[in-house]
Design a protein around this ligand. Structure first.
Ligand code: SF4
Ligand code: SF4
Length: 412
């Protein structure tokens, strides 16, 4: 599977909120010259992540709480120590976590949770099973698949770093059976490694979600009110594992990722290696441009992704895909009242009652929304997909959860 390079362009822009938690705090000023791999914003508080520049050049705009803009000088001058190899043999657990923190690594499967926080759980010795999530279950998108085929050695090295943190754990690389090529590569690589196995999963959505993949791999159901780490599981997406290798073993921060650019509006759909901060326009150009008038763009997968309203957006650590359509079929659909068919209930992987949740969300009855478990919605989009009345159920739940969290409400 080919991965093309995408030139980052002259102007890059880094969102200060590329992760779950507090915005990063700028540490550079307008007019300052910076190197590639230099920290330009620091993590603010416990749940936050550093942001590092993917190019060298000059800072042209700093807006706290929003972004940092950088003019690319095209030299890619690395910061001191960039790319230096490190051995983990004598590295302490604390040092491993520190390298991951310094490099600004976050969950790249979509959530963007700061990895140094996730990995440093209360009792690492309790972790029995490390699940390397290569499910990539949403249709259309394939950055993880492309990475597994092209960078399997680095992913394996990242797994070994994680197994240093979790001494009592074994690892399973979980891959859906529509990505056989990747599974075959790892099967060969781990043949002689006792504590790393490969598990082929039936392709099914939303298998890539944390609790769903634990069930598929280990057969254990974990409720939303229990942390997987408390039951001995740690789940890490393959792209994140590769970023962990880069941070710990190669002194390379998270400033690059693979992005799928696809959809019927794109001339040459492809996977691109892209520097964070690159404009979406550059991605479309690298994919051969548009075939016609593009009516809708989604960033992320078609089920969980978000609509993009203009092309003035930039790649972040969690941008997995741009899907571009010639027709906006969703907007063209006419929404009709709920016919209480129950399809949304049958479809929900978290056994929620989307039709009732929608009623409460629409009436801003957030107390009732929380009471019936609405905060357990993982916004997978399945209820919206099956609804014959074409109701935007997931959109309602995203908005309701945001309002509740904004008021400091119940989180689960
Ligand atoms: S699937 Fe749609 S129409 Fe059917 S019960 Fe759910 S919300 Fe109502
Ligand atoms: S988006 Fe719908 S199907 Fe998915 S978890 Fe939420 S309520 Fe359930």
């Amino acid at each position: 599977m080919d991965i093309k390079k995408c030139a980052p362009g002259k102007e890059l822009c880094y969102s200060l909120s590329q992760h779950i938690g507090k915005c990063a705090e700028p540490v550079v000023r307008t007019g300052e010259k910076i190197c590639m791999g230099q920290k330009i914003a620091r993590a603010d508080g416990k749940i936050s992540a550093n942001i590092l520049s993917s190019v060298s050049g000059e800072v042209t705009d700093v807006k706290a709480g929003s972004h940092i803009a950088v003019k690319n000088d095209g030299m890619y001058t690395p910061v001191k120590g960039y790319g230096q190899k490190r051995s983990i043999i004598r590295m302490s657990e604390k040092e491993i976590i520190k390298h991951i923190y310094d490099a600004g690594v976050v969950g790249m499967g979509g959530a963007g949770f700061p990895t140094h926080v996730k990995l440093a759980c209360k009792n690492n010795d309790n972790i029995r099973l490390l699940i390397i999530n290569g499910a990539e279950c949403e249709p259309y998108i394939s950055p993880d698949f492309a990475l597994m085929v092209s960078e399997s050695s680095k992913i394996l090295s990242g797994i070994l770093v994680l197994l240093r943190l979790y001494k009592n754990a074994s690892a399973v690389i979980a891959i859906e059976d529509n990505k056989r090529e990747a599974a075959d590569i790892f099967l060969k690589k781990v043949k002689h490694i006792k504590n790393i196995k490969v598990k082929l999963l039936n392709s099914r959505y939303p298998q890539g979600a944390e609790r769903q993949i634990i069930y598929s791999v280990a057969g254990e159901k974990i409720g939303m009110d229990i942390l997987p780490a408390d039951r001995g599981y740690m789940v890490c997406n393959v792209s994140t594992v590769k970023a962990i290798n880069d941070a710990v073993c190669e002194s390379i921060p998270l400033t690059e990722r693979i992005v799928t650019v696809t959809g019927d509006a794109v001339r040459s759909p492809c996977n691109l290696k892209v520097k964070t901060g690159t404009g979406f326009t550059e991605l479309i150009l690298a994919a051969g441009g548009f075939k016609g008038e593009c009516k809708k763009i989604i960033t992320g997968g078609p089920m969980m992704g978000k609509a993009v309203y203009n092309m003035d957006s930039f790649v972040t650590k969690t941008t997995s895909a741009l899907i571009c359509f010639l027709n906006d079929e969703v907007s063209a659909c006419r929404t009709t009242p709920c016919i209480r068919c129950g399809r949304c209930v049958s479809a929900c992987p978290n056994r929620l009652m989307p039709l009732i949740m929608a009623e409460y969300a629409l009436n801003n009855d957030y107390e009732a929304y929380v009471r019936i478990g609405g905060m357990k919605c993982m916004e997978c989009g399945k209820c919206t997909y099956v609804c014959p009345a074409k109701r935007s159920l997931t959109q309602m739940f995203t908005a309701a959860k945001k309002s509740i969290k904004g008021r400091g409400g119940n989180s689960a």
